[in-house]
Each structure stands twice: as structure tokens, then as C-alpha cells.
Design a protein around this ligand. Structure first.
Ligand code: SF4
Ligand code: SF4
Length: 282
């Protein structure tokens, strides 16, 4: 079973829920993997403290033009929706940081003048931390295109029974890449006007890709009732409410798990998992 954890904005406690849930499931005796797909700023490692045993580079195939064969026809440039290749004077320029490695320019070149060369944009680390199989994607500094890393992570051979996917914040392409194909999406939010606005966007995104979802309200006692009213109106399950707790906030800043502060949270997270499992297997 694959459970993704997303949020309409950063700073809601998404990674806290994802890592704590993974460890709680592992402590139930279930093989679990945690995938940190927040590849621009992965921080699950701070909590799971994994021992990394394997690292692999992620590359995208970018075009290289053989100017001896090229007739400067411009077909490649016209085919590229990312403006990553252009005929400039008597040459063809490739802009690697814009290239998604889709192969479209190579496919349309009538002279077979384009070959592809791999370009490293980031890496994937694998290991084990707190009884959880740990997999982290990381985009190299200065790179702009993260979906190929998430795609590479999703293609890995993972034998765990449960896979927890920590998606990037927001509602853009990298988030959709991370949550697509999962069995259930947990949306983590806060009961504030900004939180509610971002939750609505996130619900719209999840419904667009046709996935079931439920909500975890973090710091549930700091705002108002509008988030709960919205969930009730939209018939979205509120799976768990976590009141603000200064000790948990301090534990977070030290990279500690929630149930190191209050063991009751382990029970609540196990219940959260069982609720989702029941819903997925219904
Ligand atoms: S591989 Fe795709 S994204 Fe890259 S330059 Fe060619 S058409 Fe554009
Ligand atoms: S499509 Fe091929 S021949 Fe035409 S400009 Fe591009 S590389 Fe040159």
C-alpha cells in the first residue's frame, strides 16, 4: 500500500507526520519504506537519522547536435515546449537547465543530427533509519527541474509492504508526480485562513488526479472552525487532530520524533494507519 503525505503549503508539519507515521507502522512489525520526494529540500533524514548504504546519480538525457549533419531547419526548436533548444545564427544552442530530457527534439530531427548525453541533476540515497527503509531524492543546487528525480524514485524496486511518500509542498507538477498512483493521500493542514486556502487547492489537485484523501489538522487549537466546516461540507475525513504542544515543537527543532515526547502519539499514528488501511482495502 502506498500512502502519500502532502500539504498545500510548507511548514504545516507534513514531514513530521510522514516520518512519525513510518516509524509507528514499522513498530507494528510491518515492513515500511519512507520516500522523501521533497527533493528541493529533503529533511526526513533529520528525524530518521538513516545509515546510507547506497547512492545513485539521477540523470536526464539532453540533446547534443552534430552540426555536420544539421541543416538548421529549426524543427527541434519548434518541437520543444520548454524552449530548451534554439537555432541561433549558424548553430543550434541547447539550454541544459531547461531541458526535461523528453527526447522530442531528437524524434523530429529529419537529419538524425541529435544524439543524447546524460546530465546529472541530482541523486538518490538509500539506507535504513529507525527500522524504516529510507529513500531520499535530492536535486542539485541550481537545478530547476525536479520531476525526473521523483520519477526515478518511484521506479525503484522497493519490497516494503507499506510505502510512505513525503511529497513536496504546494500543488505543482512535482507534487502530482509524487502522489500519482498512490492508494491514499493524507493532506496536512493548519486551521488558519491561509491553511484553509491552501487545503482547498490541495483537495482540488487530489480530486483532479482521482485519489482518495483525508485530512490531518496540525496545531488544531490555534485557529478557527472553518477548516473542519469545510471538510464536513466536502465530505473529507478528518483523520487526526494534533493540538499545539510546545514540547513537540521543541522536539521537532531537535530532530526528535513526536512519541519521544508523548508515547500516546504512537498509538494515535497506528490508529491513523489502520483507518487508512481499512479505507484502502474496503
Ligand atoms: S529533450 Fe525535450 S526538453 Fe530537451 S531540448 Fe529536446 S525537446 Fe526540449
Ligand atoms: S531538427 Fe535537426 S537538422 Fe533541424 S535544426 Fe534541429 S538539429 Fe538541426
Amino acid at each position: 500500500m502506498e500512502i502519500s503525505i502532502a500539504s498545500g503549503k510548507g511548514g504545516t508539519g507534513k514531514t513530521t507526520i510522514a516520518t512519525n507515521l513510518a516509524v509507528a507502522i514499522a513498530r507494528m512489525g510491518i515492513d515500511v519504506a519512507y520516500l522523501d520526494c521533497d527533493v528541493e529540500e529533503p529533511n526526513g533524514h533529520i528525524f530518521l537519522k538513516p545509515e546510507i548504504t547506497k547512492e545513485i546519480d539521477v540523470t536526464v538525457p539532453i540533446p547534443r547536435v552534430d552540426l555536420d549533419k544539421c541543416t538548421l531547419c529549426g524543427e527541434c526548436s519548434a518541437a520543444c515546449e520548454y524552449h530548451a533548444i534554439a537555432v541561433l545564427g549558424k548553430t543550434v544552442e541547447v539550454f541544459p537547465s531547461l531541458c526535461h530530457g523528453c527526447g522530442g527534439c531528437r524524434d523530429v530531427c529529419p537529419e538524425d543530427a541529435i544524439e543524447e548525453i546524460p546530465r546529472t541533476i541530482g541523486n538518490i540515497s538509500r539506507g535504513v533509519g529507525m527500522g524504516v527503509e529510507f529513500i531520499e531524492g535530492r536535486l542539485n543546487v541550481g537545478e530547476a527541474i525536479s520531476p525526473p528525480i521523483t520519477k526515478a524514485m518511484r521506479k525503484l524496486d522497493i519490497n516494503s509492504d507499506v510505502i510512505i511518500i513525503d511529497a513536496p509542498p504546494g500543488t505543482s507538477c512535482p507534487v502530482i508526480e509524487a502522489i500519482s498512483g498512490t492508494d491514499f493521500v493524507i493532506l496536512v493542514t493548519e486551521p488558519t485562513p491561509f491553511g484553509l486556502n491552501d487545503l482547498k487547492l490541495a483537495v482540488g489537485m487530489v480530486r483532479e488526479v482521482g485519489l482518495p484523501c483525508g485530512v490531518v489538522i496540525n496545531r488544531s487549537d490555534i485557529g478557527d472552525d472553518r477548516t473542519e466546516e469545510y471538510c464536513n461540507k466536502e465530505e473529507i475525513d478528518i483523520l487526526m487532530k494534533i493540538p499545539f504542544n510546545r514540547q513537540i515543537a521543541e522536539a521537532y527543532s531537535r530532530g526528535e520524533m513526536m512519541f519521544e515526547v508523548d508515547p500516546e502519539y504512537e498509538k494515535s499514528l497506528c490508529e491513523l494507519y489502520l483507518k487508512i488501511a481499512e479505507r484502502v482495502n474496503r
